[in-house]
Write a protein that binds this ligand. Structure first.
Ligand SMILES: [Cu+2]
Length: 122
């Protein structure tokens, strides 16, 4: 999952912003551009699941052992819609995730609604 200032016409994005993996798989966060991080959006993931905390300008590999939907946001750019999700295994969108995105800024909320809409499709 690349952390970028620009991808096509979109500014401040994770590329891709939707990743589907199997339990036990690893996702690498790659800082293509500086000034981005990736931290968990609360309400996502399995209850008590592993938190994601990728520091600024760091390349970090995260292994996902538990099925769930993991939401990430960039602290300085969540207001500009810099969010993404990682879907691990066969899962449904938890109600807690929907409740959680209602609290986010509009652009982040809209993008997450689109991303969550892709979860049930293969
Ligand atoms: Cu950012």
């Amino acid at each position: 999952m690349e952390m970028r200032n620009q991808s096509g016409s979109e500014r401040f994005v994770y590329e891709p912003d939707f990743i589907r993996v199997s339990p036990g798989d690893t996702v690498v966060f790659v800082p293509i551009d500086k000034g981005h991080n990736a931290v968990s959006i609360e309400g996502f993931g399995p209850g008590g699941g592993q938190p994601i905390n990728v520091g600024f300008n760091k390349e970090v590999a995260v292994t996902f052992d538990k099925p769930g939907i993991y939401g990430v946001k960039c602290t300085p750019h969540v207001g500009l819609g810099m969010v993404g999700i990682i879907v691990v295994g066969e899962v449904e969108v938890p109600e807690a995730a929907r409740a959680s995105i209602a609290k986010l800024p509009p652009k982040a909320r809209q993008r997450l609604e689109l991303l969550l809409g892709q979860v049930g499709r293969s």
